[in-house]
Design a protein around this ligand. Structure first.
Ligand code: UDX
Length: 431
């Protein structure tokens, strides 16, 4: 099929490359000329395991193209995916400016039947808005359909998630659009990973509800972790016991320093404002958000209980919001480092891939490539991102290099008994 992808961020690049790799002709369009030029020259701006190789293969075959000519991008394709950014605006709502701009262009330049697919994370009712804007901008009346096809890819596993999605949700009231979208995705679907056809508004809510449910599980465990600490229980054991219940499942039950990233924080906030817009209670999700914000400070509170932070030097392992990505958007590490600096501490930090991004967001932080060099002569160590690289380091060497054997393990990656036997003052989350 001939597809156009509007927006070349995470979702746009992975979706475009994924579909090109299935044999479709894909045009990626973006208003950012510099970005399009470097993408057309083989330079990919994001770190995502497995993506660069696929992108280069399909660029070289000519199945994947990058242009800024919106008229061409609209006219050359049957299906146009809107994959632009929907950041949080000052009212904590999803900002739909970019979505509306793309809808205007589609209306203005379409000259044949089109399927317009909302793949960006957009609040319920946005498909109707897109339909209205396209119609208002048409030169003459031409049939088209708007479909909601939310994306569920995770950073760090995006290519795998495109190739093996748990489900493909297609929200549409049009038989024609349903058939075309089904044939486009047929090769991705499996019996246990179906294509789910549903109404547009249900599809729009499925996206926010899924992210909010995952965020709720995390805030649930983070709040419960305090009870474990106050009673001598172990939150990891509690999570294991809960997760063995098939109705609960074991994933996304890890207590830690809170969730971050470009999705959960913004989607929970956007869901709260949507609920209020439709006169619905939002107190559960407000609690999820509040618990998460508070959780980011838990490691600072723990450190304060064992160390005078003023004029101390603290080592931070991990800045990205999770492993396998260089993304630091809404990363707990940003708030943790800011709080420690406000309390008068100096910061040494390392991260396998996120240092360049961190340098743009953090001041007065000394960055290191090597975890051991990071902790040399530091008064304490805080683990913030559970990179594999930190899991099997030589903890005897760590003890020698640190001025004080204090470890605050914000992701519970170490065994408390093992570290305490080595003479560390060890604090995890919920155990
Ligand atoms: C998420 C959704 O998983 C994905 O389906 C959606 O499309 C986009 O948002 P992503 O933001 O890449 O993906 O990260 P995810 O792997 O979901 O982790 C989100 C945050 O939750 C991270 O900060 C992670 O550290 C945290 N987390 C995750 C926990 O604190 N505990 C857990 O058990 C799992």
């Amino acid at each position: 099929m001939k597809l156009t992808i509007a927006g070349t961020g995470y979702v746009g690049l992975v979706t475009g490359t994924g579909f090109a790799n299935l044999g479709n002709d894909v045009i990626c369009f973006d208003i950012d000329r510099a970005k399009i030029d470097s993408l057309a020259d083989g330079v990919i701006p994001i770190y995502e395991p497995g993506l660069e190789e696929l992108y280069k293969q399909n660029l070289n075959t000519g199945r994947l193209k990058f242009i800024t000519d919106v008229k061409k991008a609209v006219r050359e394709s049957e299906i146009i995916f809107i994959c632009v950014n929907t950041p949080t605006n000052e009212h904590k709502e999803a900002d739909l400016t970019a979505v509306k701009e793309v809808a205007k262009s589609i209306g203005k330049y379409m000259d044949d039947y089109k399927i317009v697919v909302n793949k960006s994370t957009v609040p319920v009712g946005t498909a109707d808005l897109v339909k209205k804007i396209v119609e208002e901008n048409q030169q003459k009346k031409i049939e088209f359909d708007v479909v909601s096809n939310p994306e569920f890819l995770r950073e760090g596993a995006a290519v795998k998630d495109f190739e093996n999605p748990d489900r493909i949700v297609i929200g549409t009231e049009s038989k024609k659009a349903e058939e075309m979208m089904t044939s486009l995705y047929r090769s991705r679907a499996r019996t246990d990973r179906p294509i789910m056809i549903t109404g547009i508004r249900s599809a729009e809510i499925i996206k926010y509800a899924s992210n909010a449910m995952l965020a709720t599980r995390i805030s649930f465990m983070n709040q419960l972790s305090y009870l474990c600490e106050n009673t001598g229980a172990n939150i990891k054991e509690v999570a294991r016991g809960m997760g063995l219940d098939g109705r609960i499942g074991s994933r996304f039950l890890q207590a830690g320093v809170g969730y971050g990233g470009s999705c959960f924080p913004k989607d929970v906030k956007a869901l709260i404002s949507t609920l209020k817009q439709f006169d619905c209670d939002a107190d559960l999700f407000e609690a999820v958000n509040r618990i998460n914000e508070k959780q980011k400070s838990v490691v600072v509170k723990k450190l304060k209980s064992v160390l005078e932070i003023k004029d101390s030097t603290i080592a931070v392992w991990g800045i990205s919001f999770k492993p396998k990505t260089d993304d630091i958007r809404e990363a707990p590490a940003l708030k943790i480092i800011e709080e420690l600096q406000n309390m008068g501490a100096k910061i040494h930090a390392c991260d396998p891939v996120a240092i360049e991004n961190a340098k743009k967001a953090l001041n007065h932080v000394k960055f290191f490539e090597n975890p051991y060099e990071t902790i040399r002569d530091c008064d304490a160590l805080i683990v913030v991102t559970e990179w594999n690289e930190f899991r099997n380091l030589d903890m005897r060497a760590v003890k020698i290099l640190l001025k004080n054997p204090i470890i605050i393990d914000g992701r519970n990656i170490y065994d408390p008994k093992e570290l305490r036997d080595l003479g560390f003052k060890y604090m995890g989350i919920g155990r």
